[in-house]
Design a protein around this ligand. Sequence first.
Ligand code: BGC
Length: 496
Amino acid sequence: MSIPAASTAVGSLCLPRSRIRSSALQPMMAVRSGTVSSVTQILTKLQKECATPLPVLRHVADSMGNDMRAGLAVDGASDLKMILSYVDTLPTGNEKGLFYALDLGGTNFRVLRVQLGGIDQRVIATEAQQVSIPQDLMFGTSEELFDFIASGLAKFAEKESGEFQLLQGRKRELGFTFSFPVKQTSISSGILIKWTKGFAVSGTSGKDVVACLNEAMQRQGLQMQVSALVNDAVGTLAGAKYWDNDVMVAVILGTGTNACYVERIDAIPKMPGQKSQSGTTIINTEWGAFSTGLPLTEFDREMDAESINPGEQIFEKTISGMYLGEIVRRVLLKMDEAGSLFGSSMPDKLQTPFSLRTPHICAIQQDTSNNLDEIGSILFNEAGVEAKTEARQIVLEVCDTIAKRGGRLAGAGIVGILHKMEDDMKGLIFGKRTVVAMDGGLYENYPQYRNYLQDAVTELLGPALSENIVIEHSKDGSGIGAALLAAANSKYKHHI
Ligand code: BGC
């Protein structure tokens, strides 16, 4: 997909600061005196506090590298958990047969089956289905959640058509993408560390999530075995590397965020004597928990304090899809309270947490009409406010400020990982083509965010080094990746 240049896409929608100050808010002065300065003051302060000039980006990238090293040295020594994925057998292309994947990580879960045809035929056929998870299950018991998922999987498995063939004498095998922080105990087992992204399911503490799924599959009478438990970032890396061996890093930017990368097994001091045939493994950084040197505002701090996991996942709360819309809502609410941005009435909807979501702020940034009509209707429908053109322009600036900070910080995080890798594998990262595989709805659907991310990477690396670094969308990598990892780690692999 081609990406429009950030400067045209975003810049053409934004008013120069002087115009906003002199004319845009004049009519509102009649409503409440002193309000113009309140709104502009809030905007100016926001832009200043969210700014990510090169020194800030450098500091974030360096801190990411340092935190990675600390997390690799000793468990618990860093915000970054640096989890061993036990994925040291990556798919080679030789895998054959029918494999399933189940992807649980957000408000939907996905099931997928794939028929692999070996080195010549690769992926012969795939079929997938998405099911949305009812809100109450995100706060229910583990049994309820896993029963719901297993029942969806069982229904999907029943509809297997003729192009999918299980090799004789085998049980169906599943790659389980579970996109929450898990302490892996093997390639096919792991204990949930904590829920993120608004999930708060009870009864999982200290339990192996594969056991939870297995028990639920048994209750459904579903004959399937989990051959690989993987994080979505890890699945994305495996899926992308299947097609392109230069993939060394994968990043998820969706509801939540995470990154993983290929690490040398002897560069993991906390796991001495760990074995891997390839000498490498994939480390799941869980970078959503990173927090050093981030430019945060009162709005971030308040959102964090009121969240179900205060003090946790600060990077995720600054850059990922679950939170960008909510930060914007908080800024607009303050602008309305202090500066009567939307006139004299105080709309209820704007006061409702998460009423404005990231897809809305993304849509706001795509409005190129003269009167910003689309922005007007989004604000009316989602926030319950009637906004004049001048107010719409302010809203646009707020969205841009928050998306810009998020994209640029994500870019700095990527550079932090690349530098850490280059330091340990001299020449093998910057000295050749290296691919960073990206997935997640935020990255996929928000062009301005994507551009800001790329700009920050290029600024930080400089033109020469950035030539070799390819940041590439890998669509649905994690689902296929999990199926491929199930195949690569098949219980029958010795029979291939
Ligand atoms: C989770 C990660 C996951 C990421 C993206 C985060 O909230 O902690 O495990 O990879 O979201 O889905």
